[in-house]
Design a protein around this ligand. Sequence first.
Ligand code: PAD
Ligand code: ZN
Ligand code: ZN
Length: 376
Amino acid sequence: MSTAGKVIKCKAAIAWEIKKPLSIEQIEVSPPKAHEVRIKILATGICRSDDHVISGAFAMPLPMVLGHEAAGVVESVGEGVTCVKPGDKVIPLFVPQCGKCSSCQSTKGNLCTANDLSSGQGLMPDGTCRFTCKGKSLHHFISTSTFTEYTVVHENAVVKIDDAAPLEKVCLVGCGFSTGYGAAVQTAKVEPGSTCAVFGLGGVGLSAVMGCKAAGASRIIGVDINKDKFPKAKELGATECVNPLDFKKPINEVLFDLTGGEGVDYSFEVIGRIDTMTAALASCHNNYGTSVIVGVPPSAAQISLDPMLLFTGRTWKGSVFGGWKSKDSVPKLVSDFMGKKFILDPLITHTMPFEKINEGFELLRSGKSIRTVLTF
Ligand code: PAD
Ligand code: ZN
Ligand code: ZN
């Protein structure tokens, strides 16, 4: 029996309050309105950005259905949707691509103005919600909301992928892999022979390591306070790893020592802390070094720094979703995965049923997982 046009009752993990476990409950998911798509989610990864909302570091209106790194199948479409049809395998896009705004039209940017990262309203573009639980509306998370059996997204925030793609792997193209890899190959444009430092060796940082390697970097220095992350970083391309806790000196001085007083050509902050953002900037070459902020900054945080760090010529950039224009790039990245141009398996340390979502978050917080993929 078709569910199109009807309200679907299904399970979702709800964040009612910060610093509390997610609660799995039955919710009602409204049919998609015009230019919207309802998706049956089949696999979703747990990313630190979801945890930043739970911890309160990334302030969002609650209650909310979190999750943004996923893959699924289109259940039904609203009026006027032509980009996907029921049955298509798709990836939701936490950075939409409307094709019309200045960033979509420029070759220089990817952060479509239709994104809900900067304003964090937690609503569909028409200002309403498609989820309810016990009579209360639930907010949407950054145009996606994937910790649910069914979600509704705007057509600008979903793209069809290869029918043969394994969803429990390519869900990582929806965030972690593409973000880290793109920060290196696309935002920084790492060149062959260069020296790079990646701060934070989680799922996103390891993907940045892979990007640096693919771009031909000759030295890739992994930086993490959890040395258990080092073996995998080396397996994926890090030429050496350092633990800031092993040194009395600030880590930027350690990196200068390691590079004969030059600093690295490219550094990446993939943690989400302002002290490491400044340390990563200070670690790169004082004249032509480039540092890229990938970690989500804590809401309302301010950075103060010695302007000399920038005056001498360094470049400081941010990178959201690896600088990729999402609709154009996600299907290509999935094809590249299918063509074995990169691997995702080492990033997926755990796969578990959706019901175990809180266990998945505990593994991330304790530093024991890279990516946990939840299946439905
Ligand atoms: P993760 O928690 O798996 O990895 C973070 C790593 O940083 C861990 O290995 C930690 O041990 C390490 N770490 C923590 N504190 C320090 C420290 N002081 N010095 C050195 N290392 C430290 O997270 P993730 O890989 O899922 O995400 C990393 C960040 O990237 C996080 O802030 C997340 O919100 C952000 C992100 N940004 C985008 C984007 O589009 N810019 C997308 C996805 C994730
Ligand atoms: Zn993410
Ligand atoms: Zn746009």
